[in-house]
Design a protein around this ligand. Structure first.
Ligand code: FAD
Ligand code: UDP
Length: 379
């Protein structure tokens, strides 16, 4: 049998595909990476405007506890010391996130951890009593989870409106696990993440992607499904990072996603909101966050050296065909549907499914890199 031209066809040039191709090349494999978009990098792609790197598909902050992952990505581009500390804006009042002593002071005027704990305990007790009266002994949904963790004030001001906008569903209809991602701290610490390492690549994420893909053949504007048999004929094995339901021609039905619309504007001011990320937690404001990109890479006086700024308004929308599938919806229906596709995927000998769309799972960037490193037994 004639050997095919490539060992691997990698469908998708996002972080999963690019990291996979890098290690394949290191191991002497011939790869072709294709992407249906007109650029490489998937959702971490940056576009430069006014000398500012714009996170075109939403704000991306790299964070990890794994020093091997951190040192690996820093081989391709140096990461800066950016620390994510979003501000919540509710009806014109600002609160620090994640929930910490600064937030509690802004919310209730409490000054010590004991005062904050007492206030939260009082509100939790009220919520638990209401649940007990209704015969509920364990939180059944996000609303009950939030109320029993942090109480009514924080839930109503900082969680309810944001979450219902983000997911297009009532908090009482959403699974509790979504909210477990938000830390609660009794110290004055606005760092959104608990990880040891955190930052933004100096010069933008394209440097990371270009470094990973250096010396590897790539093709953009190339949709696997438009010419499937041609692409399949080129390589011994396929690494597929697109939608798993589409790969199987939706034979069990379509998986749901949540999408986003980004409105990018260049403004004639050096500093619009004084922070990279501002969350709008009020239900009546149609967007969830505004991102001022320069604050990811410009600090102190350098903010003012660049006379303009670029701000992105992020609107959550229901996903329909043609829109970008940003977030998976891991409710019961979709979890069951995905497991049917997963069973087919596990039987494939020459196709590997990886990344957030093929595994139908929310992944941060570092776990994607870690997973591929483990696959190639680098860690
Ligand atoms: P993707 O980046 O989506 O790459 C998949 C690629 O496959 C795309 O380029 C797509 O065009 C291509 N493709 C799909 N179908 C086909 C086809 N048929 N033919 C050819 N190509 C195809 N992570 C963090 O760690 N920190 C953050 O702050 C953070 N913020 C985020 C904010 C938002 C709004 C979102 C949506 C995600 C965020 N993430 C963050 C997660 C991060 O984006 C993912 O971990 C990462 O992008 C996953 O990489 P991937 O390669 O799996 O997917
Ligand atoms: N969340 C919230 N208020 C906020 C920020 C987040 O209630 O100001 C909730 C919301 O349900 C969201 C979840 O926490 O879906 C996770 O938010 P995070 O910012 O960690 O994730 P991202 O949306 O960036 O993926």
């Amino acid at each position: 049998m004639m050997k095919k031209k490539y060992d691997y066809l990698v469908v998708g040039s996002g972080l999963y595909g690019a990291t996979f191709a890098y290690f394949a090349r290191q191991n002497g494999k011939r790869c072709l990476v294709i992407d249906k978009r007109n650029h490489l990098g998937g959702n971490i792609y940056c576009e430069n405007r006014e000398g500012i790197n714009i996170h075109k598909y939403g704000a991306h902050i790299f964070h990890t506890d794994n020093s091997l992952v951190w040192h690996f990505v820093n081989r391709f581009v140096t990461f800066n010391r950016y620390t994510n500390s979003p501000i919540a804006n509710y009806k014109g009042r600002q609160y620090n996130l994640p929930f910490n002593m600064n937030t509690f002071c802004q919310m209730w005027g409490v000054l010590t951890p004991d005062e904050a704990k007492a206030k939260i305990e009082e509100q939790r007790a009220e919520a638990l009593a209401i649940m007990r009266e209704a015969g509920v002994d364990r939180p059944r949904n996000l609303e009950e989870q939030a109320l029993s963790l942090i109480g009514k004030d924080i839930y109503e001001i900082l969680i309810k409106g944001y979450t219902e906008k983000q997911w297009g569903r009532k908090c009482s209809d959403l699974p509790a696990f979504i909210i477990k991602r938000l830390p609660v701290r009794f110290v004055h610490d606005n760092n959104y993440f608990n990880d040891q390492f955190q930052g933004i690549p100096i010069g933008g994420y394209n440097r990371l992607i270009n470094g990973l893909l250096e010396g590897i053949e790539t093709k953009t504007d190339a949709d696997f499904f438009v010419n499937r048999s041609y692409w399949e004929s080129l390589a011994e094995k396929i690494v597929f990072t697109g939608k798993i339901d589409e790969y199987y021609d939706y034979r069990f039905g379509k998986l749901d996603y949540r999408s986003l619309t980004f409105e990018h504007k260049t403004l004639n001011t050096p500093n619009y909101q004084g922070n990279a990320v501002m969350n709008y937690t009020d239900r009546d404001v149609p967007y969830t966050r505004t991102i001022e990109h320069k604050h990811f890479e410009m600090f102190g006086s350098s903010v003012y050296n660049c006379p303009k700024t670029v701000v992105t308004w992020e609107y959550p929308v229901e996903w329909t065909e043609g829109k970008e599938p940003y977030y998976t919806v891991n409710d019961e229906r979709n979890t069951n549907l995905y497991s049917q596709y997963q069973q087919l995927a596990q039987q494939e000998k020459d196709v590997l499914f990886g990344g957030r769309l093929a595994e139908y799972k929310y992944y941060d960037m570092a776990p994607i890199v870690e997973k591929v490193m483990k696959l190639w037994e680098v860690i």
